[in-house]
Design a protein around this ligand. Structure first.
Ligand SMILES: *Cc1c(COP(=O)(O)O)cnc(C)c1O
Length: 629
């Protein structure tokens, strides 16, 4: 194994989670691979960042890669097509993208464009999402599936949109919703295209277990289904009910859960068909997972299957059930969001500075220093591989004693500073004494407390909210120097004033680690870190903690020659913009500030020239980026 492998692949497991999208280039840069042109050259991510910086687009930055998104759309549609061919399924796949997962116009526009050849549609879970869906030109036979709680206005728009050629399906969430549909039907005299949401009883494992099973908040149980069928029959509209919907969950770790849930959904489908419901579409919702860690296991941040396997399981299960019930094979619909978009965006941020818990050198104790200081310094003389724990114990003891003396006024600030420095130097010697195979769990845990803190230019709450909320793991790696062995370990803290604003769980080759191997920073060159698979859910779930706003966003396309084209850029929020989100009028703030400045002039605390500088500084801030510039 050469150094290159050692530094990059075996440490960060890049080829495990990123093999389709990224690779380490010979110069140590992380390169983006074009999944649509796998034999083409990779494009260096640091060179993309520098190219964007030259254009005035700075980190922190959300980078969307158009070809990654196209690959996501292709992958699910082609995988269903392949499975359908292989199984001999006599029906088609008509997927829809759930807008909730990434509502950004640049993303939805591209999804519609890339999806058109596959008659790929959209799923709307709310009125605003339906309004967005209806602003797109979809393929003639693409679906718009409307889930979620619907009022008369929502239903009216859905029914009327059919006049424009949209195949808008209103998925009934409850018997009560059907009453509203019937009222709107009376009012418009136009028939709805209906679906019915069935609550499956199969509980699914993973982070989102609660979105499945008896206690899930959506869908109807058997008793309600029967009531809906009867009511539709009575109203003479049973023929409008074409689609059965069940949402299996999200990030389903185990493919056997998919099989079980699809099997249960088929039971409802065959029973409803037997009741005379002319169902033609079976919608299985979301749940197709992303292998964030690349481990291919049935655990919360991983999955034990591929997209192709998921598709094959769905197609086989449905074909088998329909054949057994002697029913025609329905059109298959899924609403996969995460698996389609997660890989298409990455967050790039720079490291601002580091806090260290060790030191390269230390002063000798002064002759008149307290004897504890000499005791502390002498630990180094008996440090060896098999006395590490003892040295750690002694060091902790002497440092605590010194701190107690300082608190009581027995030693002064400079003496205490010397003591801290001696202690930190000892820690770096202890780290160096640890054998490469590692030490005991106890020692490892203590040494983790000595990891550096790398202070980074991003807000966890704005850009990686699931990391904060549900301990979501994303691959996080340095974007350069990957041909050099990382010589430090660090926890990444963000720029908010919140101790929760940090990343301290990292996907590494040997498991999840509380610190990230990194390289020593140098003052000359910026050090960039990327968080991957952030295209699903993170953008709109993010919040304005400390009023850090949206980051800059760039959408790029990878060129076959190893370069890139900038397709679109979106400036991040300015301070004025985030102020307006919390109901400040920036102009009022400028006025208020100006009054304070004027008062200072009239009290001779400021002259006219200083006023100009002060006002310019205030205005520059208000119009600037919320992040460190
Ligand atoms: C959230 C949601 C989805 C998307 O789920 P993923 O796990 O991201 O694929 C699909 N359908 C419905 C009804 C949803 O609520």
């Amino acid at each position: 194994m050469n150094q290159h492998d050692l530094a990059a692949h075996s440490v960060y497991a890049i080829d495990r989670w990123g093999h389709e999208f990224v690779e380490v280039m010979p110069n140590g840069d992380l390169g983006l691979k074009n999944p649509l042109n796998p034999d083409g050259p990779s494009v260096s991510l640091p060179s993309i960042i520098h190219g964007l910086q030259d254009r005035g687009i700075d980190a922190p930055l959300l980078l969307r890669v158009s070809s990654f998104l196209e690959q996501g759309i292709r992958n699910i549609n082609e995988s269903f097509r392949t499975a359908i061919d292989r199984v001999g399924y006599r029906g088609v796949y008509r997927g829809v993208f759930p807008i909730k997962v990434n509502q950004q116009a640049q993303v939805i526009d591209r999804i519609v464009e890339f999806g058109r050849p596959y008659s790929y549609g959209l799923e709307a879970g709310s009125k605003p999402e339906l309004v967005i869906a209806l602003a797109h030109r979809l393929a003639k036979d693409a679906l718009i599936v409307c889930n979620g709680v619907k009022d008369a206005e929502f239903i009216r728009l859905a029914i009327l949109s059919r006049k424009l050629g949209f195949n808008t399906v209103i998925v009934l969430e409850s018997p009560k919703e059907l009453e509203t549909v019937l009222e709107v039907f009376q009012e418009l005299g136009q028939e709805p295209l209906l679906g019915v949401r069935v609550k499956l009883t199969n509980q699914i494992s993973g982070n989102w277990a609660e979105s499945s099973g008896d206690r899930s908040t959506f869908g109807m149980h058997t008793d309600q289904l029967v009531a809906v069928v009867d009511r539709l029959k009575q109203a003479g509209l049973l023929h409008c009910l074409k689609l059965q919907h069940s949402h299996l969950g999200s990030q389903i770790p185990d493919v056997n859960d998919v099989r079980r849930a699809v099997g249960e959904a088929c039971r409802y489908f065959t029973e409803l068909s037997r009741e005379g419901v002319p169902l033609t579409h079976l919608d299985l919702g979301g749940g197709l997972g992303v292998d964030y860690t690349g481990e291919r296991t049935a655990s919360e941040n991983s999955i034990n299957y591929t997209v192709a396997e998921y598709c094959a399981n769905v197609v086989e299960t449905v074909a088998y059930a329909m054949d057994e019930a002697e029913l025609a094979h329905p059109t298959l619909v899924t609403e996969s969001g995460r698996a389609v978009v997660a890989a298409s965006s990455m967050l790039v941020f720079n490291v601002l500075e580091a806090t260290f818990y060790d030191a390269h050198s230390a002063p000798k104790p002064d002759a008149e220093d307290h004897h504890l200081m000499t005791d502390l310094a002498e630990i180094a003389s008996y440090l060896s591989e098999n006395r590490i724990q003892e040295c750690l114990n002694d060091a902790t003891f002497y440092r605590n004693e010194l701190r107690a003396l300082f608190r009581r006024g027995y030693i002064d600030l400079r003496q205490m500073a010397r003591g801290e420095r001696i202690y930190l130097h000892l820690m770096s010697k202890i780290k160096a004494a640890v054998p490469s195979a590692g030490a005991s769990a106890e020692i490892d845990a203590q040494l983790e407390q000595l990891a550096d803190i790398y202070h980074c230019n991003f807000s966890l709450f704005q850009s990686l909210p699931d990391v904060w909320a549900i301990d979501q793991l994303h691959p996080v790696v340095p974007l350069q120097n990957l041909n050099q062995v990382p010589d430090r370990r660090a926890v990444l803290s963000d720029i908010t004033c919140d101790s929760d604003g940090k990343i301290d769980q990292f996907i590494l080759a040997d498991g999840v680690s509380p610190s990230l191997p990194v390289h020593t920073l140098d003052d000359e060159t910026p050090y960039y870190i990327g968080a991957f698979f952030v295209g699903a859910y993170q953008e709109t779930l993010g919040d304005l903690h400390n009023l850090f706003g949206d980051t800059n966003v760039a959408t790029i396309e990878l060129r076959p020659d190893g370069g890139f084209d900038l397709l679109h850029e979106q400036d991040g929020d300015t301070i004025a913009e985030v102020m307006s989100y919390v109901e400040y009028d920036p102009r009022d703030c400028v006025d208020a500030f100006r009054k304070l400045v004027e008062q200072a002039i009239s009290e001779n605390r400021l002259n006219a020239k200083e006023r100009k500088t002060l006002m310019a500084a205030y205005r520059d801030s208000i119009n600037g980026y919320t992040y460190y510039e």
